[in-house]
Design a protein around this ligand. Sequence first.
Ligand SMILES: Cc1cc2nc3c(=O)[nH]c(=O)nc-3n(C[C@H](O)[C@H](O)[C@H](O)COP(=O)(O)OP(=O)(O)OC[C@H]3O[C@@H](n4cnc5c(N)ncnc54)[C@H](O)[C@@H]3O)c2cc1C
Length: 241
Amino acid sequence: MSTYEAKLQGREEIAQGTMAFHFEKPAGFIFKPGQAIDLLLPDAPDLVAGSARHTFSIASAPFQDELVVATRMRDSAYKRALSALPIGTQVRLEGPSGSLTLHSDRARPALFMAGGIGITPFMSILRQAAKDRLPQQMVLLYSNRRPEDAAFLAELQQLARQQPQNFRLVATMTGMGKSQQPWDGATGAIDEALVRQICAEIAAPICYLAGPPAMVEAVRHSLGDAGVNDDDIRSEEFYGY
Ligand SMILES: Cc1cc2nc3c(=O)[nH]c(=O)nc-3n(C[C@H](O)[C@H](O)[C@H](O)COP(=O)(O)OP(=O)(O)OC[C@H]3O[C@@H](n4cnc5c(N)ncnc54)[C@H](O)[C@@H]3O)c2cc1C
C-alpha cells in the first residue's frame, strides 16, 4: 500500500443520511474496481488517537478522474470530522487495498449482493464495466430499507436500462412501511428464495457480498442453503453498521 495526498473537491447528499465525498485522484494512483482506500483525516478536536483512519471502498471507477467514497453519516467522531472538512482540505489516502474485484473468467456471470452502503465497491465495478462495454453477465441484488436510503439507485436503474442483455438490477426494500416514496419493485430481504430464483436463471455465478456484517452473514447462509459452493462466494464486511 502506498500513501498519497488528495484534496477534497466536493461533497453531496446521495441518499437520506448518506454523503458522497469527491477527492482529486493523486498522480500515479492506480486501483481495480472494487478496491478500497484508507482515508486519514487531519487533526480534529474530538478525534482520539487511532480514530482518524477509516476504510472506504472506492465508488468511482478507474476511468474517472476523481476518487469518490460514499458513507452513511452516523454520529461518530470520524464522521463529524469528515463532514466538517472544508472543501480544499488535503487528506492522506493509503491504498489501494482489497480483493473484492471482478473475476477474470468472463464466461461466468457475477452475482453482486449489496446491503445499503455495501453498494460502493459494486458501483465502481459496474461503472467501469459499462464504460468498457464488458459482455459479461452481471446481476445486482440491492437491499435497502426504503428507496430514500438507496444510494445510486437512479444511476443503477439507468445502467440496467442501457444494458438489458448484460446487467440486471433487482432492488429490494425491507421497510416500505416507513417510506414516503412510491415503490413498485421487490420488497423483503435477500433470502434463500430470491437467491435460488436468480441462481436458476444464471449459470454458475461467482457471488460477491458487501454490507453490514449481519447482512453479509445472513446472505452467505442463504447462498449456502441455495447450494452455492463456498469457493464461489467473496465478501466484504463494513464494520460499524
Ligand atoms: C474493506 C472495507 C470497505 C468499507 N467501505 C465502506 C464504504 O464504502 N462506505 C462506508 O460507509 N463504510 C465502509 N466501510 C466501513 C467503514 O470503514 C466504517 O467502519 C463505517 O463507516 C463505520 O464508521 P463510523 O465512524 O460510523 O463508526 P465507528 O465509530 O468507527 O465504528 C463503530 C463500531 O464498529 C466496530 N468496528 C469498527 N472498525 C472495526 C473493525 N476493523 N473490526 C471490527 N469492528 C470494528 C467497533 O465496534 C466500533 O465501535 C468499509 C469497511 C471495510 C473494512
